[in-house]
Design a binder for this molecule. Structure first.
Ligand SMILES: *Cc1c(COP(=O)(O)O)cnc(C)c1O
Length: 389
């Protein structure tokens, strides 16, 4: 299909067109929401034929095809009821007593899941600074799975993804990348040799803070069958309406992401010069530890920004950070990320967040509002002496 007359379309085009029903006169432009638990069938069910909707349903296919196209995956995607269900399926590849390599700043529930694997299945969990390539490579000896997050949540550390994936491949270690923060517009890890890519679809891909959903993609038919088999056994399946909403959200994902990333970069630049700010983290900033790496292998810097406000008692005051959140009018105080609306939260308000995350770190999920309105609200919230705050 890729020749000079029909070059392969860009992700912005793929997001709009993938997973549409075949064209025919009078046919629907969008897929329906099929509500079926069972399908007419008899005798042995050949692969690919529908029989019972826990195992497979046409309600998932349009979204699964569209996500696979965006991630350049050879196999149809595998949608799950949540990002955590997708992570649980991927972590099932680590055998009892096996070895898992995980970023020390992995998503907190992923980290909790790894604790559970350690306690109940004897899995050795090696927690690494994912930005320290030598340390990660040293941890790969005898490992069963390397699960990479980059940029990390909420510290925004950037891994040298191509280097880690090739080092793991050389050592025969299977790799999975949680691509929720970077999205397929930031990086497509299968192309750099990752075995599996997973998403919390709840975030940027669906994009409207109205669904919880997850997905896995891979090029490997054997791995796809195992992950799909895990989904069937555990029943962690997505509802037809949620999947339809996610596909609807995916249509505008490139537009939303482009705007959110531009807003984030502009806010990060202004925050870096704000008198009420002690530290800003965003890979777009030339002084950010992840900047050079992100510039080298990523197509976007992402829409999450980390901020530590100045406080009287020196750095690290949770109260000062809470006060900033309390003074926001436009920014919504809420967890999660990747929706059209901008959210702000102090991460350590969660007792389960890693203690190596500073107490006063605010995570900003930058939305698609007008950047001047976002700035006016933040600027005011960061100046405690302002009247009317
Ligand atoms: C939110 C999130 C998850 C978990 O996804 P859910 O859809 O909430 O289950 C996993 N990884 C990252 C990086 C996330 O941000």
């Amino acid at each position: 299909m890729t020749d000079q007359h029909h070059p392969s379309p860009s992700p912005a085009t793929v997001a709009v067109h993938a997973g549409r029903p075949g064209r025919r006169r009078g046919g629907a432009v969008n897929p329906p929401i099929p509500l079926n638990s069972t399908y007419v069938s008899q005798g042995e069910v050949p692969p690919g034929e529908l029989a019972y909707a826990r195992a497979d349903t046409d309600a998932w296919h349009a979204f699964e095809d569209a996500l696979a196209a965006l991630e350049d995956a050879a196999e149809r995607g595998i949608v799950f009821s949540s990002g955590m269900a997708a992570i649980a399926a991927v972590l099932s590849l680590v055998p009892d007593g096996g070895v898992l390599v995980l970023p020390r700043h992995a998503y907190q529930t992923t980290s909790g899941y790894a604790d559970d694997l350690a306690a109940r299945h004897g899995v050795a969990v090696r927690r690494v600074d994912i930005a320290d390539t030598d340390a990660v490579v040293a941890a790969l000896d005898g490992a069963d799975l390397l699960l990479v997050e980059s940029p990390t949540n909420p510290m925004l550390e950037v891994a040298d993804l191509p280097a880690l994936l090739s080092a793991a491949r050389e050592r025969g270690v299977r790799t999975a990348v949680d691509n929720t923060f970077a999205t397929p517009l930031g990086q497509r890890p299968l192309g750099s040799g990752a075995d599996l890519v997973l998403h919390s679809v709840s975030k940027f891909l669906a994009g409207h803070s109205d669904v919880i959903l997850g997905a896995v993609v891979t090029n490997d038919p054997g791995l796809a069958a195992r992950i799909r088999g895990h989904r069937t056994l555990h029943g962690a399946i997505a509802g037809p309406f949620e999947v339809w909403l996610a596909l609807r959200g995916l249509r505008t994902f490139p537009l939303r992401f482009e705007r959110a990333c531009a807003n984030a970069a502009e806010l990060a630049r202004r925050l870096a010069g704000h008198p009420g700010v002690a530290e800003v983290r965003h890979p777009s900033l030339p002084g950010d530890p992840g900047h050079v790496r992100a510039s080298a292998h990523m197509d976007a810097y992402g829409a999450i920004v980390g901020v530590r406000p100045v406080s009287d008692g020196g750095a690290g005051s949770a109260a000062a950070a809470d006060a900033v959140v309390g003074r926001c009018r436009l920014w919504v105080p809420a967890t999660s990320l990747g929706g059209v609306e901008s959210l702000i939260e102090r991460r350590r308000r969660w007792g389960t967040e890693s203690v190596t995350v500073p107490e006063d770190l605010l995570r900003l999920s930058v939305g698609v509002e007008d950047v001047e309105d976002l700035w006016a609200d933040l600027d005011r919230a960061l100046r405690p002496d302002t009247l009317g705050g």
